[in-house]
Design a protein around this ligand. Structure first.
Ligand SMILES: [Zn+2]
Ligand SMILES: [Zn+2]
Length: 252
């Protein structure tokens, strides 16, 4: 915990210079969000807006589905409490957040800027060391020490400079596809299983294996039909892959 706090503090300093400033447009300015601040009750769940809320909920679900794989915290970013099996999960300004309870959620909804800083720092800490590209995902230029560690949702993307960040925001999906491709390429050679983690079929036995990235982790399937089963119990299968990576491959 101390280690994490230390990391966050260090990374926050860097973020103020880079990401924090660049995301200023997304978040309400202000100096609130201290941890000591009183939880406030919000009774926003008016029944009248049910129709509108339905569409929002679908969007939120899609965002959570795509961002949860690399969500970096197992603690509530407001209270610091360890998250339990069913945390409060929601979307603010296009980003998923998990808190320990509804009171903490209300606080984040009011002003997410502090929590976003914590998430940014945690994403960078988790992903920078294995980031697969040495070049800017927008300009293609070599990244140097002025490169910006930009956090998009729960993913790190490294960009040459501010112009590249502005370009990135115009079409993040295209640039993220490049980053994804680089992750897959980097992990293919060392992928630890010869069989589909779901069905146990030999990879390549049913035609080209399907390579899919969950967060920053490559998973290989014998066929697209196995993806659904995987997503029902992802924790179990991701653990199997992680464990197989720890043990050197056997020749059997
Ligand atoms: Zn809470
Ligand atoms: Zn399969």
């Amino acid at each position: 915990m101390k280690y994490v706090k230390h990391l966050i503090t260090a990374a926050c300093a860097a973020l103020i210079v880079t990401t924090g400033v660049l995301q200023a447009g997304d978040v309400k300015p202000g100096d609130k969000g201290q941890q000591g601040e009183k939880h406030e009750k919000q009774d926003k769940d008016k029944k009248g807006d049910a129709k509108e809320a339905k569409g929002d909920k679908q969007d939120d679900r899609a965002i959570i589905h795509s961002q949860r794989w690399s969500y970096p915290l197992d603690t509530c970013p407001v209270s610091g409490e360890k998250l339990e099996a069913k945390p409060t999960e929601f979307v603010v300004n296009g980003r998923m957040v998990r808190t320990c309870c509804g009171d903490c959620k209300a606080q984040v909804m009011k002003d997410p800027s502090e929590v976003f800083k914590k998430l940014d720092a945690a994403v960078i800490a988790a992903q920078k060391s294995t980031y697969p590209m040495k070049t800017c995902a927008i300009s293609g230029k070599e990244l140097d020490d002025k490169a910006i560690d930009y956090v998009f949702g729960t993913r790190l993307v490294r960009l040459e400079n501010r112009e590249a960040v502005a370009m990135f925001m115009k079409d993040p999906a295209a640039a993220m596809a490049k980053v994804d491709e680089a992750y897959i390429k980097a992990q293919l050679a060392s992928y630890p299983l010869k069989k589909c983690v779901v069905g146990g079929e030999e990879l390549g036995g049913m035609g080209e294996p399907v390579n899919k990235l969950y967060g920053t982790t490559l998973v290989r399937f014998c066929c697209a039909g196995c993806i659904k089963s995987f997503e029902k119990e992802p924790t179990k299968y991701l653990k199997e892959i992680a464990e197989a990576r720890k043990t050197p491959p056997s020749k059997s």
